[in-house]
Design a protein around this ligand. Sequence first.
Ligand code: ATP
Length: 345
Amino acid sequence: MIRMEHLDIVLPGFCVRDVNLDVADGEFFALIGPTGSGKSLVLESVAGLVPQARGRITVAGRDVTALPPERRGVGIVYQDNALFPHLSVMENITYGLRYHRLAGDEAARRVEWLVDVLGLSRIRERGVCNLSGGEQQRVSLARALAVNPPVLLLDEPLSALDPNFREEIRALLKTLHAELGTTFFMVTHDFAEALFLAERVGVLRDGALEQVGPVRDVFCRPRTPFVAEFVGMKNVFEAHFAPGEAVFHGLRCPLPHPVADGCGHVALRPEDLVLSRDGGIPDHYVRYEGNVRTVCDLGFVYEVAVRCGSADFRALMDRRSLMESDIRSGDAVSVGFSAGAVHAF
Ligand SMILES: Nc1ncnc2c1ncn2[C@@H]1O[C@H](COP(=O)(O)OP(=O)(O)OP(=O)(O)O)[C@@H](O)[C@H]1O
């Protein structure tokens, strides 16, 4: 549905380099990466809002590289919703219908369906300026989808919302995608969002794609240290591989799958580590001894940093486990994990 071939965008001080990407018809694809990695530029080049220096963009089989934004067949939803402030909710939603010559029963039914699914019935005649952030974002989703675009581009649609609205809009995005079959192409720097919504993701780093794949694959089997850290692995170590095991920072670790001998990395998710002060690590777990360096309150969970030899591990613990195990900074602890949790690459 969307194809980018050898896409380059050249700006003073920043370049997007040789992006090649295929997004399938009806897919929910998320382009993820840290702030400033070029995600919005790639999305805007699909929309025709940023000129590319090289490459070709195809939408629904049509080469749109040279077409203006309004002829590309894409809808767009921004982080800050960009509604027309002088128009009502319904006027905003139906604004594009006339331009796209979409009057008639089918368009009216679609608008009513969107108003209903997005919970806008009660506020349809209101002006948009005094709506809550969540309501405004629901209106902008309805406006973008009212003209039935084959592709909906979403530029960080949740990041300006407070946490309650974020969950609500996230769930609505999932429903809309499942019901409409529209291809969704979303940009976000929040991997958890992509994990909840997307079928596949592409990870952008400094203007270049570093890994593309099914979201679970990228989550569990990152191919580079950068992707591993971006998806929250937290424990990424340079390692030397020998038959059946990895050695890193002087620690030996069995490998769940055969890996070619030589150098590489091992990575562990912080939630896969178990900490204990009294040796209470299951016998079949890999186990190292170390000292707690810091205990950091992250809100719902605690991140506990433990040094074992010269390796710094980071584990996540919920409040109850932390209280029950009475782990504090400076304590001697065991760090344990199942060999199956080790990702080697
Ligand atoms: N019109 C422009 N002219 C020059 N530089 C630009 C322009 N637009 C964006 N940039 C720069 O290009 C880089 C990538 O910007 P972009 O907005 O695509 O990043 P992003 O990954 O979407 O980041 P964020 O998550 O913060 O939105 C940034 O350094 C930005 O300052």
